[in-house]
Write a protein that binds this ligand. Structure first.
Ligand code: MG
Length: 182
């Protein structure tokens, strides 16, 4: 595959929102959260992993999760979103990139997610193939405002920084010299 010249670093953002309904499972960052309300969706409705997928795809200008995994395609029904993110990571590697770090914000009124955050970081780090130190997960409420605040929805934002596999940090100070190598 011919690699497009995309520079050493690429940044991408992702956003997702899912409706909440009583009696459904709630999955966030690949972790099941104990809650009376769960997210409505075609897959397992993990808004955090969906936002991460879009952040990586966006960083590489590879489209979005809806194009890659259409929500009217029966093969993605109730699918574990970790598998979707794994496929996105595979495409990122194919493009010659790896994750430098990722940062996720989850907006959910309740329950409090503090006790789940470490498990979420572990899960995301495993899929992105980075150390846990390279994954940030923050949880916020909306102080009762808007759909999340009323408990009608969970939304997530994600930012990723990707690094070209050919980039070596020590070459940074050598200026244009590194461009001779790739
Ligand atoms: Mg989604």
């Amino acid at each position: 595959m011919t690699q497009r010249r995309m520079g050493d670093f690429r940044v991408g953002t992702g956003y997702d929102i899912h409706r909440l309904e009583k009696g459904l499972p709630l999955r966030l960052c690949g972790v099941t959260v104990e809650s009376d309300f769960g997210a409505v969706g075609h897959s397992d409705a993990d808004a955090a992993l969906h936002a991460l997928c879009d952040a990586i795809l966006g960083a590489l200008s590879l489209g979005d999760i809806g194009t890659l995994f259409p929500d009217d395609d029966p093969q993605y029904k109730d699918m574990d979103s970790r598998q979707l993110l794994e496929e996105v990571v595979r495409r990122m590697e194919e493009a010659g990139f790896l994750v430098e770090n990722a940062d996720v914000t989850i907006v959910l009124e309740q329950p409090k997610l503090r006790q789940y955050v470490e498990a979420m970081r572990t899960e995301v780090a495993k899929i992105l193939q980075v150390d846990e130190e390279s994954v940030g997960v923050k949880a916020k409420t909306k102080e009762g405002l808007g759909p999340e605040g009323r408990g009608e929805a969970v939304s997530c934002q994600a930012v990723v920084l990707l690094r070209n596999r050919g980039y070596m940090q020590s070459w940074g100070s050598l200026g244009g010299l590194r461009d001779m190598f790739y």
